[in-house]
Design a protein around this ligand. Structure first.
Ligand code: SF4
Length: 377
């Protein structure tokens, strides 16, 4: 087995068995694991406490209990998060940090108290006017509140120095993931859409310093490989997430590679670094204030369409795929603006409806096949 295959297998095992990763971390360190719901929770503070922050972005499961809390028209990510919570899947976690950037997540924050009473809920609210002095101040106070809650769980103080150190580890992780996204696009015959997604996803269940080392190894191994003239097409993915993974296998079937992404689950997580400052909370608050081009972030100028057009030009992509999470209001509000701008720029655009629970991807196959043909394949 070559080194790359070994690294992919290691990540595949983490992604396929996140509960094992949680148990292993607890057994090895004796520390707590804390769930982080989407999006933009200050994981660095959890990390600074010696705990493992893990991403709770749903998954494929049978939905049988979640309808007690949600109508059928809630997004499938939160339906499955709630199903897992009701089934006790998260009971190994000491707490879950729950932000409230959309109406569905606001409900999850309240429902959690009865759905998962064994897992403490820690709420965070991000200010809309994040860059004004009052916004920075408010974000800082929310992050300090999280720090206090985690100190209560662990019984240990979290020092400013340890948060600074964790922010630096996260900044290195973000830089490495950006590099990976770029290098991956140069080796589409090796980094298929499914493998790319798996490598992005593995970071949600692994301590970030360790994960940075794994991804650095992947980058180094990739650079030793021969590049080929990619005979297929390349696209930019945008949306909340691209799952189930069987959906990404379809891109592979039609020789479509991923040149870059603007997914909340992937690149939006690492495209902005925390700047330097004396106070660690200031660093995290200013990072939030400088984030942009996301349907969950207040943006009256709505620049995401232009950002996608620029990404297509920069990467030489042949088109854009809108991975529309079914029943996701924030993304649905952005879409008409993006569509108008992308079409005016004469860039092919494919709209795919994403449902984590979709049993068959055959209907999607027809759409991807049609898109592929329209791109001249
Ligand atoms: S932003 Fe969209 S996908 Fe995410 S929780 Fe809210 S409705 Fe669901």
């Amino acid at each position: 087995m070559d080194k790359l295959t070994g690294l992919f297998n290691e990540i595949n095992s983490i992604v396929s068995h996140p509960a094992d990763a949680v148990k292993k971390f607890k057994a090895e360190t004796g520390n707590h694991v804390i769930g982080c719901l989407p999006v933009y929770t200050p994981e660095e503070v959890v990390h600074a406490a010696g705990c493992l922050p893990i991403g709770l972005w749903g998954g494929q499961t049978k939905l049988t209990k979640t309808n007690k809390y949600f109508p059928a028209f809630a997004c499938s990510i939160m339906q499955s998060v709630m199903e897992f919570a009701l089934n006790g899947v998260y009971n190994e976690l000491a707490a879950a940090i729950i932000p409230a950037p959309c109406d569905t997540l606001k409900s999850v924050g309240q429902d959690w108290l009865t759905a998962a009473p064994k897992v403490k809920a820690i709420h965070i609210v991000h200010p809309q006017m994040s860059a004004i002095p009052a916004g920075i101040q408010y974000t800082k106070s929310e992050i300090i509140h999280i720090k206090n809650e985690i100190e209560e769980i662990t019984g240990k103080k979290i020092t400013d120095e340890s948060i600074h150190a964790s922010i630096d580890i996260y900044n290195k992780f973000r830089k490495t993931m950006r590099e990976f996204a770029q290098v991956a696009a140069e080796y589409p015959h090796i980094i298929t859409p499914g493998i790319r997604h798996m490598i992005m996803k593995g970071s949600y269940f692994t301590e970030k310093g360790r994960y940075t080392s794994i991804v650095k190894e992947i980058i180094a191994e990739l650079r030793k490989q021969n590049k080929v003239n990619w005979a297929g097409k390349k696209v930019i993915l945008t949306g909340i997430m691209a799952e189930p993974s069987s959906l990404l296998d379809l891109f592979n079937d039609y020789k479509i590679s991923v040149a870059g992404d603007d997914l909340a689950h992937e690149s939006r997580q690492f495209r902005t670094d925390a700047p330097d400052a004396k106070c660690p909370y200031e660093r995290l608050a200013r990072m939030w204030a400088s984030m942009d081009n996301c349907s969950l972030i207040y943006d009256p100028a709505k620049k995401r369409g232009q950002m996608l057009i620029d990404m297509v030009k920069k990467t030489g992509a042949d088109g854009i795929v809108m991975c529309m999470m079914k029943f996701c209001d924030p993304e649905e509000f952005d879409y008409p603006i993006i569509k108008k701008e992308v079409e005016a720029a004469k860039i092919p655009l494919l709209y795919l409806e994403i449902d984590q629970q979709m049993q068959s991807v055959e209907q999607v196959r027809t759409r991807i096949q049609g898109f592929s043909e329209s791109l001249g394949q």
